[in-house]
Design a protein. Structure first.
Length: 218
């Protein structure tokens, strides 16, 4: 984003935050940022997630970067996310686009609804009604947390700790990491190797094998 665009969007998120109050975080991600640790160009009410201006990418930023046809990415509105300390948020992700339709930034809105969800759960129990909520997505504070979250998810998919995984299990986990864009994160390879107890050469070998697996092996 150029200086004029950044100024406009910074004023916009400041106004939105003032309107919705301190429990609503508004984040501006600059997709033109060169440093993975500094994608957040501006943020209001960062106490909601514990983030600040200058922090790194999130899941939605990583998804945007790895998507081969970014122009077709659609806004996501009113979905659930969660913070590391357990807050439940109602989030919306709106893509900011350049003259050619390409994403140049992301406007993220995260409203803390933890209290209202607790009240809803209380009323559900009291009235014995159904409460069908999707599993909230995680919001990460930095690139390291994002990679940790993806590694944890790969372990959940395999269904056993890394120490008990055989070759096929590790290939399945590494395939998930590759498909989710984890290896786009700087210095992700050494961390993945250390976690699964494999060498750099073995990682490349497993990646090659993972790419040949049919979809029903996931």
């Amino acid at each position: 984003m150029n200086a004029h665009e950044l100024d406009f969007y910074r004023r916009l998120i400041s106004g939105l935050a003032k309107h919705f109050g301190p429990t609503c975080e508004i984040v501006l991600f600059d997709l033109d940022a060169k440093d993975q640790d500094h994608f957040i160009a501006a943020i209001e009410n960062g106490q909601v997630t514990g983030r600040k201006a200058g922090d790194g990418m999130s899941h939605i930023v990583l998804e945007t970067i790895k998507n081969g046809n970014a122009k077709k990415l659609e806004d996501r509105l009113a979905y659930l996310t969660k913070t590391k300390d357990g807050k439940i948020l109602k989030s919306s992700t709106i893509y900011l686009r350049g003259d050619e339709g390409e994403p140049i930034g992301i406007l993220a809105i995260n409203s803390d609804i933890t209290l209202s969800v607790s009240m809803e759960q209380y009323l559900h129990n009291f009235n014995a009604t159904d409460l069908n909520e999707a599993e909230p997505e995680a919001i990460t504070r930095n690139v390291s947390d994002l990679l940790d979250e993806l590694i944890d998810e790969s372990v959940r998919i395999v269904g056993k700790p890394a120490a008990l995984m055989g070759k096929a299990d590790k290939i399945k986990a590494i395939r998930f990491l590759n498909d989710s864009g984890a290896f786009l994160i700087t210095k992700s390879g050494p961390k993945v190797c250390s976690y699964f107890g494999i060498s750099k050469y073995t990682l490349y070998s497993y990646l090659d094998e993972a790419k040949t697996l049919p979809a029903d092996n996931e």
